[in-house]
Write a protein of this length. Sequence first.
Length: 430
Amino acid sequence: MLAHLIALWDRVRESLWALPLTIAAACAGLAIAALKVDLPWASDVAWLYSGSASQAPEFAASLAGAMITLTTLAFSITMVVLTLAAQQLGPRIIQIFMQDRGTQAALGLFIGAIVYLLLVLRALDGDNEGHAPNLAITGGTALVLASVVGLLFFVHSLARSIVSDTVIARIGARLDDALTDAFPKREDDTDCAEPPEGGAEISLKRCGYVQRIDYQALARAAAQCNATIVLTYRAGAHMIHGESDARIHGGNADEIEHALQRAVVISSERSAGQDPEWSAHQMVEIALRALSPGINDEYTALAVINRLSGALALAARRAPARNVWRDEDGKARVYGPAPNLAELTAAAFDQIREAGASKQRVLLGLAHNLAKLSTHARGDFRDEVARQALLLERAAERGIAEPMEREPILALTRELHSAPLTATQKRAHA
C-alpha cells in the first residue's frame, strides 16, 4: 500500500495542476477573509485602496480582465514552448517541463489572482452608501502587481527550460538521485545472494510498466506466512498479462499474491523513482535527436555523453545494488533483480555510438569518457567498459574514413582493451 501512496504522491507532486490549484484555493480563502475585514481608516494609509464603494466593482473588474488576458498569454507561451521542446528534444521530455516548480508556481499565481478577483467582484454591489472593501481591493491590486513581476520570471524560466543543457542537467540530477538510492554508499549496506531455484509461479494478470516495488512490505508479508519470494523483474520492466511475476517457496499463494498486489505499482508509463535506466533513456533520446540529419547538433550529444558518464562514475564509486531483502530476524525473504551498472552503461552508450558512428567529435568524446570510467571499473563494469571500447573502435573504423581523424579514437580504445581479454571481451571479439 505504501508503494501505491508514494506513486500517487509522485504523480500529484510532478503534475502541472496540483500546485496551481493549491495556490488558487489559498487565494480563494484569502479573498473570503479580506472581504470580512472593514478598514474605516483606509484613507489615512497611502498604499491601501481609498476609493468609494461605487468605484470598487469597476476597478476590480478591470483588474480581473487584465489578469485573464495575462494568464491567457502565459498559457499560450507555455504551449508554444512545450511544442518546440517536443519537436527538438522529444515528447517524453515534456514531463520534465511539467515538473518545474517555477512554472507551476507562476501559473498558480496567475490563476489564483483571477480566482481572488472574481470572488471579490462577486461580493461587491456598488452601493454608494456602503463601505468599500479596502483590504480586499488592495489585496487584488497586490496580486496583479505580483503577477506582472512573476510574468517576467516565468518567461525567463521558460526560455531557459528549452535550452538542451538545462534539460540535460535536470534529468541528470534525477538520474543521480535514482542511482544514489539504488547503489549503497558503503559495502556494509549492500546485500547480495543467489536466489533459490524453482518454486510456484504467481501472475498478477496485469499489463504495464513496473513503477515502484515496496520490498520491505513484501519481506514482512513473506515472514508472516513463512515464505520466500523471488521476483522476476525490477522497476522499469514491462509486464504483460499472464507473465510470471514471482516464484514463491512455501507460504500461502493467495496471501503472497495479495501482498504483491499491494507492494507492486504497475502503470501505463515509466517513472524515474526506482528506475535509473529510464532517466538514462531520456537523455539518450535527446542525444539521438541531436545527431539526426535534421538537427545535426554534436555539442548537445557531447553534453549528454558527459552527463551520463558523470552519473556512471557516481554509481561506480558506490557499492553494488542489493538483490535480497530480509525480515527482522535476518532471514532472506525477497530476492529480485538488482540495477546493473554494466547494463546501464550499455543503455547509455550503445545507441549514441551507433547514431554518431560517422562523427569524429562524438566518438572521441565517448572514448575520452570511457577512459575516465575505466579508472573506476571493476567486475562486470570493467568488462562492459572494455566491450564499449571494442565496439567504439569498430565504429570508428567503419564510419570515419580519414585515418588522421580516426587515430586519436583508436589510440584511446587500444589502451582500454590492451589488458588480457576477459570472457566478455572475447565474446565481443567473436
